[in-house]
Design a protein. Structure first.
Length: 241
C-alpha cells in the first residue's frame, strides 16, 4: 500500500471516519520524485520568526531500515554527533519493526525567534550506529550533497510536512522512508518562504495522508483524538533490506 492507505480517525465523539485517498500519491513506495523541491518548500529554510514551542508528529514510514530520526540547531555542524538530538531511536511503525503510530508526538521545547532548525535521518541507525546520516541541510549529506528530503507547508495548521529518503545517492527517490509533520505554529509557517499563492498546495501533499492529519490536527484540543494507519507492508518486503 506504500505511504498512503485508508486512515481511521477516532474523533472526540468516538465516531470513526475512514478516509481513503482517491488521488495518486506523490510520495509512495517505489514511485520516484523527479524534483524534490517541487513540493513548494526547501526544509533547509526552517527559521523561526516568532518564539514558539516546536513539536514533531510522526506520520508514517515506508522503509526496510530501522532508522534514527532527530533534529539539530542549524547554526551548528550536525555532522558532529554532539550537535544532534535524537527524537526516535527507531522511527519505524508498529508492525514494521518499531512501535510508532501515526499521530505520536514529541515536543522539542521552546525556541526563540531567529532559531534555525534542521532534521536528520541516520539510515538503519537503530541497528548500525555508523550508518550514513542525511540532513535537511543538504551540503552536509555524505553522498555529495544529494537532496534526501521533500517538504511542503500547511500554513493554516502551522505544520511543515517532511519526508526523508534513506538510501545512499537518493536510492529510489520515493522520499517516504520516514514522514513527519513539524508543528511551528501558523504565524511561523506563514513567514517561511515557499507558500504557494493558491490552493494548489493541497495537491502537493501525500494525497490524503496529510488531509487526514489535518482533520486530526484541527480536532486536537480533545486529547482522545488519535490516528491509526492502515496495516503497513510487512517489514521484510520493503526497501532497504
Amino acid at each position: 500500500m506504500g505511504l498512503v492507505g485508508a486512515l481511521a480517525v477516532a474523533a472526540p465523539s468516538h465516531a470513526v471516519a475512514v478516509i481513503t485517498p482517491d488521488l495518486v500519491p506523490l510520495v509512495e513506495e517505489g514511485i520516484a520524485v523527479a524534483d524534490p523541491l517541487a513540493f513548494g518548500f526547501d526544509a533547509a529554510n526552517i527559521t523561526l520568526t516568532y518564539d514558539t514551542v516546536v513539536s514533531v508528529i510522526f506520520v508514517s514510514e515506508g522503509a526496510g531500515y530501522r532508522s534514527t530520526f532527530g533534529w539539530y540547531d542549524a547554526s551548528l555542524d550536525p555532522t558532529l554527533p554532539t550537535n544532534r538530538n535524537v527524537i526516535w531511536n527507531n522511527a519505524s511503525m508498529a508492525g514494521s519493526g518499531g512501535s510508532l503510530n501515526t499521530g505520536d508526538t514529541v515536543t522539542l521545547g521552546s525556541f526563540a525567534a531567529g532559531s534555525a532548525i534542521g532534521f536528520f535521518l541516520t539510515a538503519d541507525g537503530f541497528s548500525n550506529a555508523s550508518a550514513p546520516t542525511y540532513y535537511t541541510n543538504t551540503p552536509y549529506n555524505p553522498d555529495g550533497g544529494v537532496i534526501h528530503t521533500v517538504s511542503s507547508l500547511l500554513p493554516i495548521e502551522g505544520l511543515v510536512a517532511l519526508g526523508f529518503e534513506d538510501l545512499w545517492g537518493g536510492g529510489d527517490r520515493d522520499y517516504n522512508d520516514v514522514v513527519v509533520a513539524i508543528d511551528l505554529g501558523p504565524t511561523n509557517v506563514a513567514s517561511l518562504p515557499g507558500i504557494p499563492e493558491n490552493d494548489t498546495w493541497i495537491l502537493l501533499l501525500s494525497a490524503g495522508l496529510f488531509m487526514a492529519l489535518t482533520l486530526w490536527w484541527r480536532a486536537r484540543p480533545a486529547p482522545a483524538v488519535i490516528l491509526r494507519a492502515a496495516p503497513p507492508v510487512p517489514h521484510a518486503d520493503r526497501e532497504g533490506l
